[in-house]
Design a protein around this ligand. Structure first.
Ligand code: ADP
Ligand code: MG
Length: 490
C-alpha cells in the first residue's frame, strides 16, 4: 500500500471516528436528560418537535370541535370551506374523516399517506394529540373524535407541520451535502498536495538517487528537497552523508589502484634494466668479447655490482611494500631520544671516518626527550638519510651534523649536510617512492629511489612528519619530528 493511500485511509478513518464520537456524545447527553436511550427516529423527533401548540391550532380545534359536538353533519357541508381556508392561511391544516374516508384534507397533505398513518378512533377522546408522518414530513396533530348522525365514526384533525428544521434540512440538504463534500474534497486535495511536497516527491527523488548510486553514479549531491526539517529530510541528509562516504571510498580505491599499477610498472622497469645489463655482460663473457683476463675481471666486477644493487633494491622493495601494507609490527619503546642519538652518532662516526666524512651531534638545549619509538626502524630512517648525504657529497670537507629541537608536543631531528643539494620546485617529491633527482634512473648512485619513501612511512607510523630543505651547491637538511607522549596508544 502506498503512503498516499495509507494517509488517505487514516484521514477518512479519523473523520469517521470523530463523527461517531459526536453522535455517541449526543446520545449520552440525551440519555442523561431523558433517562432513556432514543432510537434514531425518536432522536429526530425530539430534535424537530415543536413543543408549543399555537393559538391558531387551539382556535381551529375549538371551532371544529364545537361544530362536531352540536352538528356533526355540518362538517360535510361545503360551506365550511371559508372557515377552513381561514385557518389554512394561518398554516394550520385540517382533516375531516368519516370511518376510513377522508372527507376533507388541506391541499398540502397527501391522502394516501393520511389513510395509511391515521390514528385509531377514540370516541372517549383520551388520546387527543400526537405526531404522524405525511409523505415524509412530520405533522403534529390535535384530534377530536365523534359520531355522525348515521353513527359512523368521525374525526376532525388539526395538523401543524413540525418545526422548520426538517424543512430546512429538506430544502438545504442537497446544498449542505454538496458543500460538505466539496470541503472534504478540497481538504483531501490540499492534504494530498502537502503530502506530495513534503513526503512523496522527496522520497521519489531519493529513490532516483538510490538507483543512480546502484549504477555507480556517486557524484551529484542529493538536494534537501523541501528545505524543511522532518524525517524525510533527515533521511536525505543521512543519505547524502552515505553518498559522500561511498564517493570518498571509491575515489580512494581508484587512487589506490592507480598507485598499484604505477608501482608495478616502476618495479618492472627498475628490475628489468639491471637484469638486461647483467645479461649483456655475461653474454660478453660467454662470446669472448672480453678476451683478456683484465677485461674479464672488469666485466665480472660490473656484473657483481649490478647484482648487488639489484639485491639492495629488492630488499628495499620488500621493506617498502610491507610498510605500505602495514605488515611490519612496530615495537614502540619509551626511550630518551638524546641518549639514543648520542650512542647512534658515536657508532656511526667510526664508519664515516673511513669515508672521510665527519658526523657530529649538536645538542645544545635539549637535555632529555622521552619518546615512544621502534628503535630498529628509527635507525633505518637515520641510516637512509645519512647514506643519501654521503652519496651526494661533492666538497673536499664533508660534513654531516645532527641537531635536535624540542617543542611543546614534539621533538624534531634534523640531518644537515654540505653536499650537492637539490634544485627542486617542490622538494617533497623526494619522499615519493622511486623518485630520484638524477635523470638517469640507473645512474652511478645506483639508489632504489625508495630510501626516503621508506623513511616517511616509518615516521608516519610514529605519528610524526618529515620534510626537506635544500640549496643547490650548498647542502640539504632533512627534518623529521616525533611526538613527545607520556603514553603511546597504538
Ligand atoms: N642529501 C641529499 N643531497 C642531495 N640529494 C638528495 C639527498 N637526499 C636525497 N636526495 C635526492 O632524493 C632522491 C630520493 O632519495 P631516496 O629516496 O633515498 O632514493 P635513492 O637514494 O635510492 O636515490 C635521491 O635520488 C636524490 O636525488
Ligand atoms: Mg637513498
Amino acid at each position: 500500500m502506498s503512503i498516499r493511500t495509507r494517509f488517505l485511509i487514516t484521514f477518512i478513518g479519523s473523520l469517521l471516528v470523530i463523527i461517531c464520537s459526536i453522535l455517541v456524545i449526543i446520545w449520552f447527553l440525551l440519555f442523561s436528560i431523558n433517562g432513556q436511550i432514543s432510537s434514531p427516529v425518536q432522536l429526530y423527533k425530539s430534535v424537530t418537535q415543536q413543543k408549543q401548540v399555537t393559538y391558531a391550532e387551539q382556535e381551529a380545534l375549538v371551532t371544529f370541535r364545537n361544530i362536531a359536538k352540536e352538528n356533526p353533519d355540518d362538517l360535510m357541508n361545503p360551506d365550511l370551506k371559508d372557515q377552513v381556508n381561514d385557518f389554512e392561511e394561518r398554516e394550520v391544516d385540517i382533516v375531516i374523516r368519516k370511518e376510513n374516508d377522508i372527507l376533507y384534507h388541506s391541499p398540502n397533505l397527501v391522502v394516501e399517506s393520511l389513510i395509511a398513518h391515521a390514528p385509531e378512533f377514540d370516541t372517549e377522546n383520551i388520546y387527543t394529540q400526537g405526531t404522524i408522518d405525511n409523505k415524509g414530513s412530520l405533522y403534529r396533530y390535535l384530534k377530536f373524535d365523534f359520531n355522525f348522525s348515521d353513527n359512523d365514526n368521525g374525526s376532525v384533525m388539526i395538523l401543524k407541520k413540525e418545526n422548520s428544521f426538517s424543512d430546512f434540512v429538506q430544502r438545504w440538504a442537497l446544498i449542505i451535502t454538496a458543500l460538505i463534500l466539496t470541503v472534504a474534497v478540497l481538504i483531501i486535495i490540499l492534504f494530498n498536495r502537502s503530502l506530495n511536497q513534503s513526503i512523496i516527491l522527496p522520497l521519489r527523488e531519493l529513490n532516483k538517487k538510490v538507483q543512480q548510486l546502484k549504477d555507480g553514479e556517486l557524484e551529484g549531491k542529493i538536494e534537501i528537497v523541501s528545505g524543511k526539517k522532518g524525517e524525510v529530510n533527515e533521511l536525505a541528509r543521512e543519505f547524502e552523508k552515505l553518498r559522500g562516504a561511498l564517493n570518498r571510498v571509491s575515489k580512494e580505491n581508484k587512487a589506490y589502484e592507480e598507485n598499484r599499477k604505477e608501482l608495478l610498472s616502476n618495479i618492472s622497469h627498475d628490475l628489468k634494466t639491471p637484469v638486461t645489463s647483467i645479461i649483456g655482460y655475461v653474454e660478453g663473457l660467454k662470446d669472448g668479447v672480453a678476451d683478456t683476463p683484465v677485461k674479464q675481471q672488469q666485466y665480472l666486477n660490473i656484473v657483481y655490482n649490478k647484482a648487488r644493487n639489484l639485491n639492495f633494491l629488492i630488499d628495499d622493495l620488500f621493506v617498502f611494500s610491507k610498510l605500505d601494507l602495514h605488515k611490519i609490527p612496530f615495537e614502540f619503546k619509551k626511550i630518551d631520544l638524546v641518549k639514543f642519538l648520542s650512542h647512534f652518532v658515536e657508532e656511526y662516526q667510526l664508519d664515516l671516518e673511513q669515508q672521510n666524512v665527519s658526523l657530529d651531534f649538536k645538542n645544545i638545549r635539549v637535555k632529555e626527550a622521552d619518546v615512544y619509538i621502534d628503535i630498529q626502524q628509527i635507525r633505518r630512517v637515520l641510516d637512509n638519510i645519512i647514506q643519501n648525504s654521503v652519496k651526494h657529497m661533492n666538497k673536499s670537507e664533508k660534513r654531516i651534523i645532527i641537531e635536535t629541537e624540542k617543542k611543546i608536543n614534539e621533538i624534531s631531528v634534523t640531518v644537515h649536510d654540505n653536499g650537492a643539494g637539490m634544485d627542486l620546485e617542490n622538494i617533497d617529491v623526494i619522499f615519493d617512492r622511486f623518485y630520484r633527482v638524477e635523470s638517469s634512473r640507473n645512474s652511478d648512485y645506483g639508489g632504489s629511489g625508495l630510501g626516503l619513501a621508506i623513511a616517511r612511512q616509518i615516521i608516519l607510523e610514529h605519528d610524526g612528519s618529515i620534510r626537506a630543505e635544500s640549496v643547490r651547491g650548498e647542502g640539504t637538511s632533512i627534518t623529521f619530528t616525533l611526538p613527545l607522549k607520556e603514553n603511546r596508544q597504538s
